[in-house]
Design a binder for this molecule. Structure first.
Ligand code: SF4
Ligand code: SF4
Ligand code: SF4
Length: 336
């Protein structure tokens, strides 16, 4: 099925580039390391052969759509208004990618006609950290995924692992694995994942006292190096200057003081309220394994329970913090 999708995907990409309906297509190509795929930019019909779409495509590439359009718009600032040109970005988008695109559109980051969405049904991606843990640190020399099994070659010998066991947690519980919006869909809809238990861990977390929650947070953030890879990978993190890098005023210090790390993480988490699409990109790039998803998912649960909203799940329904209603609840406002 995957190969069939890839053939159709390449054909569609070629057609769009030949007809000049798009200026570039952002998708995935095979990575340089075994069992990896990496984002790529396809500029010509010939390059379309590079495109792949499979369970190794980890990153949410809506991030690049935003960056590409923003950089192009910035480059046009000195061009006379009548000479300015729009660029159309083609993007290979699964469910969570389209949720980020919806969010960008709702936040007026670009217009709908600046993005051409090639929707692909998705059955989840592999969690590299789970794979490496299962292999107990053995270097992966080669590998492929076939019929639901991962065949890996390591110095210690060949191993066959189950794809289902190694799916990322966010994929396992994904509600939106088919595109929310698209200009074309490649392939048939993917079967539903298993969202019934999506808040299992959060329900446990909520049973903790405030002191226990704080202990959990400080322990997790104690692992954080403040490398900012999570922020860089996140399609919802696009402020031109992150508060963490502002110097006038300086909100957080740049040293390794643990309170600065906690403030950075708290601020980023608050910026994600109603805006996190649970794509797992931040989690997958974190080299020290900070359990970011615990807090993001708690916010998502609150947002659903309080406002009946899931980020990017509908183009028509504005995010809760992006709209004002005369009868909005105000009981959270208090005098300290
Ligand atoms: S979160 Fe959903 S749409 Fe995104 S990669 Fe996982 S299964 Fe696919
Ligand atoms: S990627 Fe991980 S280590 Fe880096 S800033 Fe984010 S949480 Fe901290
Ligand atoms: S916070 Fe993480 S999971 Fe949420 S949208 Fe950003 S990268 Fe995806």
């Amino acid at each position: 099925m995957v190969e069939n999708i890839e053939i159709k995907l390449r054909d569609e990409a070629k057609r769009l580039l030949l007809e000049k309906s798009v200026d570039v297509i952002i998708g995935y190509e095979t990575g340089t390391l075994p069992l990896t795929a990496t984002p790529c930019f396809i500029n010509s019909p010939e390059e379309a052969e590079k495109l792949v779409f499979n369970e190794l495509c980890t990153q949410n590439i809506a991030k690049y759509v935003h960056d590409f359009i923003t950089n192009h718009k910035n480059s046009q600032k000195r061009v006379k208004p009548e000479d300015r040109k729009k660029k159309v970005i083609g993007v290979v988008a699964r469910g969570c990618t389209t949720r980020s695109l919806v969010l960008h559109l709702q936040e007026r980051q670009y217009d709908r006609d600046e993005v051409h969405i090639i929707g692909v049904p998705c059955e989840g991606y592999l969690d590299r950290k789970k794979l490496e843990k299962t292999l107990q640190g053995e270097e992966i020399l080669d590998g492929n995924v076939e019929n639901g099994q991962i065949k890996v070659k390591t110095a210690a010998g060949d191993k066959t692992l189950s794809r289902a066991d190694l799916l990322a947690d966010n994929c396992r519980a994904c509600r939106f694995n088919n595109p929310i919006i698209s200009d074309i869909i490649i392939g048939s809809p993917a079967p539903a994942m298993n969202p019934d238990n999506e808040y299992e861990k959060i329900n446990e977390f909520e049973k903790k006292s405030l002191a226990e929650r704080w202990a959990h947070f400080t322990k997790e953030m104690g692992k954080c190096l403040r490398c900012y890879a999570c922020r860089q990978a996140c399609p919802s993190c696009y402020c031109p200057t992150c508060f963490a890098e502002q110097s006038q005023p300086q909100w957080v210090g740049i040293g390794d003081d643990e309170s600065d790390t906690q403030v950075f993480q708290c601020m980023r988490l608050f910026h994600m309220v109603g805006r996190c699409v649970d794509c797992g990109s931040c989690v997958s790039v974190c080299t020290t394994g900070v359990d970011l998803r615990n807090y993001l998912k708690k916010e998502e649960k609150d947002c659903w329970e309080l406002f009946g909203s899931r980020a990017g799940s509908s183009l028509e329904e504005m995010p809760p913090l992006g709209k004002y209603g005369e009868h909005d609840k105000q009981d959270f406002i208090y005098n300290p």
